[in-house]
Design a protein around this ligand. Structure first.
Ligand SMILES: CCCCCCCCCCCCCC(=O)SCCNC(=O)CCNC(=O)[C@H](O)C(C)(C)COP(=O)(O)OP(=O)(O)OC[C@H]1O[C@@H](n2cnc3c(N)ncnc32)[C@H](O)[C@@H]1OP(=O)(O)O
Length: 216
């Protein structure tokens, strides 16, 4: 493995507000406060039920009333990117973002990141297996983290290839690993593997390219 060098050479830091073409975000203090984790957990339960419940039609009417009421409660607090605790709460599954899979980091070091978690009913593709589209999401996120840990924090995915080796089960604790395979200037080549115990479910590789200061 080659350690990237010169990562800061092309990086602009506008008084700590931007790095490369990216705004700088900090971790959310205390993961969004005492209620945020419970809120996100309840929302994930709702996601599962929204794609699986089959009640009498009037139940959906009552549920829609409550969902609209909840949205109206939160709408006044919609904030610009980087202000919400979602995606910045590193102590919560998926950093507290509903878009991210509800997985937790289990290891983070230069060149290697590991995580563990489950795919839930919300992630169903068909016949009890995870949707193929959620695996690139998992790999892309952990590839971003391993590139970050490698000292190339402001990189974007140029390509990402997934090989689906076995169907990925729901509601079963799985593990994923990402490693840096090589680095060449702005380019970081990474790979990852998704495991069910000793069974390889999928592997992936990607190229992460460090942004130039003017790139979004
Ligand atoms: C608070 C806590 C948070 C902490 C954790 C945060 C984790 C978050 C994780 C989230 C992470 C989410 C991450 C995401 O999801 S990022 C979102 C998904 N990705 C994008 O949107 C990227 C869109 N594309 C671009 O912006 C540009 O194309 C980039 C920047 C990628 C390159 O455009 P640029 O104009 O700069 O590049 P260049 O032409 O000078 O090329 C440079 C070099 O690269 C080589 N090359 C380029 N493309 C390819 C290719 N496809 N195959 C093979 N090679 C390729 C090229 O040959 C050249 O090599 P060389 O000739 O120099 O040898």
């Amino acid at each position: 493995m080659t350690r990237a060098t010169g990562a800061d050479d092309a990086v602009r830091d506008d008084g700590g507000k931007r790095r490369g073409g990216f705004p700088m975000f900090s971790a959310a203090s205390e993961d969004g406060g005492p209620h945020f984790g419970r809120f996100v957990s309840a929302m994930r339960d709702l996601q599962d039920l929204a794609v699986s419940a089959a009640p009498d039609p009037e139940v959906f009417g009552a549920a829609a009333d409550k969902a609209e009421e909840l949205a109206a409660m939160l709408r006044p607090y919609a904030a610009e990117e980087g202000r919400s605790p979602a995606n910045r709460s590193i102590g919560l599954p998926g950093r507290g973002s509903l878009l991210m899979l509800p997985w937790m980091l289990t290891g983070l070091e230069p060149g290697r990141v590991t995580a563990a978690g489950v795919f839930r009913r919300y992630h169903l593709g068909g016949n009890g297996a995870a949707h193929g589209g959620v695996l690139p999401l998992l790999f892309d996120d952990i590839f971003g983290m391993v590139t970050h840990a490698q000292g190339q924090p402001v990189s974007r995915t140029a390509y990402l290839t997934v090989n689906y080796r076995n169907v990925t089960p729901l509601e079963k604790e799985l593990t994923v690993e990402a490693t840096v395979d090589s680095a060449d200037g702005r380019k970081t080549y990474v790979s990852g593997r998704l495991w069910d115990g000793g069974t390889l479910l999928a592997d992936a590789d990607a190229l992460m390219v460090r942004l130039q200061p003017w790139q979004p």
